[in-house]
Ligand binder design. Structure first.
Ligand code: LLP
Length: 417
């Protein structure tokens, strides 16, 4: 099924959103297994040939069943914490298909990554490199690393997710990166596999990706001149999705363009990894929520629903616009209302959509589109609200892949002293 938000629909494979809401309660997340598989296979078919691999970025959606689905399709994993490492090991992932990024790796994190034998640690600073060297020496093991460079490329995305700009905390800048490569190449207990970058997320055009590839090709030439030879290029992730009819490259087009750039820059002999997240799961997920109240006696019309910024923080954090629709059968002749769709959380930033036209009445089920990535995985318990259930539509059936949290789950780790 095509889950592009341009299409209005009320069911996935004839499993109706309204019946899912009735059976599992609201709010809840719903994912379409076919859509995730189709997305993964689209990029796999065009890109993941010999020496090229997809390492799904776990942070986009880290539900165990979704990780297992991607594992079964052949994906590796890009992780950023030991929690994510535990998740991927739990579904049986091969450590040799795990790559670990992140600016704040602790001594324990590094020690464990080396001991588990993961494929590669992406190093984000010189001091991290020194720490890895110290630990690998102590363990008398070799740490496989790639140096994350910051190529200072503007991905044209929201400033919070434009990680490839020099002023951000990510990677080592072009001025200082050579010191890191030289240091890494000289250490007995470090295996310098390659170079890594991730210039940002929700990137809607190909150009920034192409710029990054030619910048890396240049760096590789500089490395060769210093007699440093690498085998891996980790290109990160970042391909955007269409949230509201924006025109973005398909995974297929993206893969083709990347392949061409690899060829044009003479990089065909390198192992190349893409760490895609959002483009694989983003448009395959939905948030279902129920209309609790319609408030017309205010400056604005408000549709107050039972999901809030604790379930989907993207509108509050990035000003993200997610398409929203009513999926309940029309019972009465409803008038179309210009409204803000807001949650029950005590913050003005608690909105799912602003200035939206909706035909709704109290008790209706509303769907928020494009909630497969960075929705459930960024959910919180703010206002002591339990996280929602997650449902996967598999073979035409709704299967609960995570239970709704209970208040007891939330309170049980706390002490009264
Ligand atoms: N690799 C690294 C090192 C990353 O930091 C990320 C995302 C990815 C890969 C995957 O990027 P993707 O293909 O999903 O764009 N919470 C934000 C997005 C944050 C992205 C963080 N890093 C949002 O909701 O838009």
């Amino acid at each position: 099924m095509n889950t592009d938000p341009k299409k209005n629909f009320k069911n996935i494979d004839k499993v109706f959103f309204e019946s899912i809401a009735k059976e599992f309660g609201t709010p809840c997340f719903v994912y379409d297994e076919n859509s995730i598989s189709e997305n993964y296979n689209q990029i796999k078919n065009v890109f993941a040939q010999e020496k090229r691999n997809i390492f799904y970025s776990v942070k986009a959606n880290s539900s165990l069943s979704i990780l297992k689905l991607l594992y079964d399709l052949g994906s590796g994993f890009d992780i950023v914490s030991m929690g994510e490492l535990d998740r991927v090991l739990k579904i049986g992932a091969d450590p040799k298909k795990i790559i670990y990024s992140g600016v704040g790796k602790s001594e324990d994190d590094i020690k464990r990554s080396i001991e588990e034998g993961i494929y590669c640690i992406n190093v984000e600073s010189f001091s991290e490199l020194e720490r890895i060297n110290k630990i690998s020496n102590e363990l008398k093991k070799t740490a496989p690393v790639a140096i994350r460079v910051n190529p200072n490329i503007d991905p044209g995305s929201h400033e919070y997710i434009s990680t490839g700009l020099e002023e951000t905390k990510f990677g080592i800048n072009l001025k200082n990166m050579m010191d890191a490569f030289i240091y890494a190449s000289e250490q007995k207990h470090i295996d310098l596999l390659g170079i890594d970058y991730h210039i940002g997320s929700q990137i809607e055009t190909i150009e920034p990706f192409l710029k990054a590839i030619s910048s890396v090709a240049q760096i590789i030439e500089e490395l060769k001149n210093k007699n440093i030879h690498i085998q891996l290029i980790d290109m990160g992730g970042g391909l955007g999705i269409s949230y509201n009819n924006e025109k973005v490259p398909t995974l297929n087009d993206f893969g083709k363009e990347i392949n061409i750039a690899i060829k044009d820059n003479n990089l065909e002999n390198y192992n190349i990894i893409l760490e895609l997240g959002r483009s694989i799961v983003g448009n395959s997920g939905f948030l279902l929520t129920k209309v609790e109240y319609i408030k017309k006696d205010s400056e604005k019309n408000y549709v107050i629903v039972d999901a809030g910024m604790d379930n989907l923080i993207r509108p509050a954090l990035y000003g993200a616009v997610h398409k929203i629709d009513c999926v309940s059968e029309e019972r009465n002749n409803k008038e179309e209302l210009l409204c803000d769709v807001v949650g029950p959380v005590c913050e003005c930033a608690d909105f799912l959509g602003k200035d939206i036209k909706l035909k709704v009445e109290q008790g209706d089920i509303v769907v928020v589109y494009s909630c497969g990535a960075y929705a459930a995985s960024m959910a919180s318990n703010y206002n002591t609200r339990p996280k929602p259930a997650e449902i996967l539509i598999k073979n035409g059936k709704p299967i609960q892949i995570s239970k709704k949290e209970t208040i007891d789950d939330l309170l049980k780790r706390e002490l009264i002293i």
